[in-house]
Design a binder for this molecule. Structure first.
Ligand SMILES: [Ca+2]
Ligand SMILES: [Ca+2]
Length: 217
């Protein structure tokens, strides 16, 4: 994860949000299992094995590995997860597993004989969703619920867990009276300044095919 690229307010890194879940749902002491299954296991079988509680998911970003039993699955709990669908989030022809949940939940990629965290919701200033843009899947974090800004961080992955393309689409209006969004806001896409109309057109394009994975349902 390139967590440092995101804002810091009201955010916790993925592993911490997983850890927070541990407090309401104590882990079972089965972390001694090997982190990888048979090297020949297909991605879909590895994801099935994770969902069945047979293997952990590893977090390349430095967080600890976790079992599905470490996550909260309780409809009554706002910080609950639920098993979502599968989609080719990294454009490698294999489907990844979505766990709907807090701030967009967790996306899991099976590769090299193990299940890896590909992306996770990072708080209200880093809400996770995915979309299809320019004929590819993109993983997006967004910050749209705070005053003074609307920011979308878009990242395109390959099957090796690498980010192969990315850009930030943003509107900032900190300095306007009442944090008001209008044509005088600062709009940018990557390094380029754009107009409000260009910003809104791009935002519409990105949101048109967006799939939101926050919440447990
Ligand atoms: Ca894929
Ligand atoms: Ca993959």
């Amino acid at each position: 994860m390139e967590s440092a690229a995101f804002g810091t307010e009201n955010r916790s890194p993925g592993p911490a949000s997983v850890r927070a879940d541990l407090e309401s749902s104590p882990p079972e002491p089965d972390h001694e299992k090997p982190a990888s299954a048979d090297a020949g296991s297909r991605p879909s079988e590895l994801l099935d094995a994770f969902l069945a509680g047979e293997i952990p998911a590893v977090n390349d970003g430095g967080g600890s590995a976790f079992m599905i039993s470490d996550l909260t699955f309780d409809e009554e709990d706002y910080f609950s997860h639920s098993v979502g669908g599968r989609a080719d989030l990294d454009n490698d022809g294999e489907k990844e597993q979505i766990l709907n949940g807090p701030y967009g939940g967790i996306y899991l990629d099976a590769r090299d004989g193990a299940v890896h965290v590909l992306a996770c919701g990072e708080g209200t200033a880093g809400v996770l969703f995915y979309t299809v843009y320019e004929q590819a899947f993109w993983i997006v974090h967004c910050d749209t619920t705070h005053a003074g800004r609307q920011v979308y961080w878009l990242e395109k992955y390959d099957g090796g867990g690498n980010i192969v393309d990315g850009f930030v689409l943003s509107a900032e209006y900190w300095s306007s009276p009442d944090d008001r969004y209008d044509e005088n806001s600062d709009f940018s896409c990557g390094d380029e300044k754009i107009t409000m109309a260009e910003f809104e057109a791009l935002r519409e394009e990105i949101l048109e095919k967006a799939v939101f994975t926050a919440g447990a349902s």
